[in-house]
Design a protein around this ligand. Structure first.
Ligand code: ATP
Ligand code: MG
Length: 180
C-alpha cells in the first residue's frame, strides 16, 4: 500500500485546491516557517478521522477551515482526500485505489466518503484498523512521540505493539461480540 496523493481544499492555509503527489521513495517537504508544512500533516491526520482540535493545533474543529486573510474571504468548508494505492490488497476493500475524503462545513455539518460514496467514520476506522495508518496508528510520528513511547507504562506500550502487529482488530471484534 502506498500513499499516492493528498488533495487539500479550504483546509487551514490552503485556500485553493492543491494536489500533492507522492511518488516512490522518500518525500521531504521543505519551506520557510509558517508556510504550511505542518498543516499538510494536520490535513492527513484530519482525513484519517482525528477528532481532537487540540491535536490539530486549534481550539475548535472549525479552526481547520480557511479563516481568510486581509485580501481573501474566509471559506465555508474544508475538504481533504487521501488517495491510497491498494494494489497489494492490504486494505480489506475490493478497489485497487482507495480514496478517503472528509469535509467539514462552518455550520458544523460534516461528511466522510470512501471512493466518493458517503460513509460513516466507523467505516474508515475499520478499513484502516491494523494497517498502521489510522489516527491511532504509528505512521505519523509527531514531535515528542518517540519519548512518549519509551517512557510509557508497560500496558500502554503493549497496546502500541498490538496495533503495530495487527492484533487490535481481533481484540476489538471480540469486545463487540461480547457486547451482543
Ligand atoms: P514551521 O516551520 O514554523 O513549523 P510550518 O511550515 O509548519 O512552519 P504551519 O504551522 O503549517 O507552518 O502553518 C502555519 C500557518 O498556517 C500560519 O500562518 C497560520 O496563520 C496558517 N493557518 C492556520 N490555520 C489557518 C486557517 N484556518 N486559515 C488560514 N490560515 C491558517
Ligand atoms: Mg511546522
Amino acid at each position: 500500500m502506498q500513499l499516492k496523493s493528498v488533495e487539500i481544499k479550504g483546509f487551514k492555509s490552503f485556500a485553493d485546491k492543491v494536489d500533492l503527489d507522492f511518488t516512490h521513495g522518500i518525500t521531504a517537504i521543505v519551506g520557510p516557517n509558517g508556510s504550511g508544512k505542518s498543516n499538510i500533516v494536520d490535513a492527513i491526520r484530519w482525513v484519517l478521522g482525528e477528532q481532537s482540535a487540540k491535536t490539530l493545533r486549534g481550539a475548535k474543529m472549525e479552526d481547520v477551515i480557511f479563516a481568510g486573510t486581509e485580501n481573501r474571504k474566509q471559506l465555508n468548508y474544508a475538504e481533504v482526500s487521501l488517495i491510497l494505492d491498494n494494489g497489494d490488497g492490504l486494505l480489506p476493500i475490493e478497489y485497487n485505489e482507495v480514496k478517503i475524503t472528509r469535509r467539514l462545513y462552518r455550520s458544523g455539518e460534516s461528511e466522510y466518503m470512501l471512493n466518493n460514496s458517503i460513509c460513516r467514520l466507523k467505516d474508515i476506522y475499520e478499513l484502516l484498523m491494523d494497517t498502521g495508518i489510522g489516527v491511532d496508528g504509528y505512521s505519523i510520528i509527531g514531535q515528542g512521540k518517540v519519548e512518549e513511547i519509551l517512557s510509557s507504562k508497560a500496558e500502554d506500550r503493549r497496546s502500541i505493539f498490538e496495533e503495530a502487529t495487527g492484533i487490535t482488530k481481533f481484540k476489538s471484534r471480540k469486545i463487540e461480540a461480547e457486547k451482543k
